[in-house]
Design a protein around this ligand. Structure first.
Ligand code: NAD
Length: 250
């Protein structure tokens, strides 16, 4: 019996980086995966990898910045597989700007995907997850724990994810559902996409947040998420698990 046998898990951000690693790790652990991302090509590549492993998955291409789309993503998963046992909120973006240069659009789109989407996806999924004694894993960040320069919308939203996780855990303390967060440190992924760090920022301030240890391997975080989703952790509820090489211990 594998860790996630018989479970159906919805993974957002599944087209790249940590979400892709998590989807593949969940499939290796025996789960059927509902892959969600706005990147259709990334989803197709991850679906092909899961199928090559003998796993089962379905894909849903969508921008999760709207409440209704989040509900549609969850409903489509349940319609496709007939159930849902796990929700991994992983999709995200990071933008580096001085506070006074953050536009309203940057603020809104960062909060929409980092904080609002996990909230709406949870709203949509919780009744089904309670029916199945299921689990939510939110991906936060060391930036949601420790002060960072030039990423206020991102880091404030990740702090919101951490507190949302604790509040949801308390609200459902008497229900058969577990709600936790994993907070990675820096991982080498494509999260900056087409928005590299502007060269005129003070890199001394940025490097104060960098870890002393090497970057975190997304596959390590993915395996941690599988463990948190699994039935091996019945008392893990409302926990924020850091995987950051000690960055937030400083
Ligand atoms: N990379 C890091 O250093 C780091 C550190 C801590 C936490 N994280 C968190 O890990 C998570 C995954 O990031 P990653 O590093 O794998 O980056 P990534 O860019 O490789 O993956 C993010 C995925 O989210 C998807 N996405 C972004 N906005 C979306 C939207 N509006 N709708 C649907 N999909 C959307 C992207 O298409 C992409 O596939 C994020 O929540 C990020 O904040 C990353």
């Amino acid at each position: 019996m594998m860790q996630l046998d018989d479970k159906v898990v919805l993974v957002t951000g599944a087209g790249n980086g940590l979400g892709a690693a998590t989807a593949i790790a969940c499939a290796r652990a025996g789960a059927r995966i509902w892959l969600v991302d706005r990147d259709a090509e990334g989803l197709a590549a991850v679906a092909a990898q899961i199928e090559a492993l003998g796993g089962t998955c379905g894909s849903f291409t969508a921008n999760l910045s709207l409440r209704q789309i989040c509900f549609d993503a969850v409903e489509a998963a349940i319609a496709h597989f007939g159930r849902l046992d796990g929700l991994c909120n992983i999709a995200g973006i990071t933008l580096f700007h001085r506070i006074c240069d953050v536009t309203e659009a940057d603020w809104q789109k960062t909060l929409a995907i980092i904080l609002s989407a996990p909230f709406y996806l949870s709203q949509a999924a919780i009744p089904e997850l309670i029916r199945n004694r299921g689990s939510i894993v939110n991906v936060a960040s060391s930036g949601g724990i420790k002060g960072t320069s030039y990423t206020v919308p991102y880091s404030a939203a990740k702090a919101g994810v951490i507190h949302m996780t604790k509040c949801m855990a308390m609200e459902f303390i008497n229900e058969p559902i577990r709600i936790n967060a994993v907070a990675p440190g820096g991982m080498i992924t494509n999260i900056m996409g087409g928005n590299p760090i502007p060269q005129d920022l003070d890199f001394n301030l940025i490097s104060r947040f960098s870890g002393i240890r090497p970057p975190v391997d997304p596959s390590e975080v993915a395996n941690l998420i599988v463990y948190v989703l699994s039935d091996a952790t019945p008392s893990l509820h409302g926990a924020i698990l850091s995987a950051d090489g000690g960055v937030t211990a400083d």
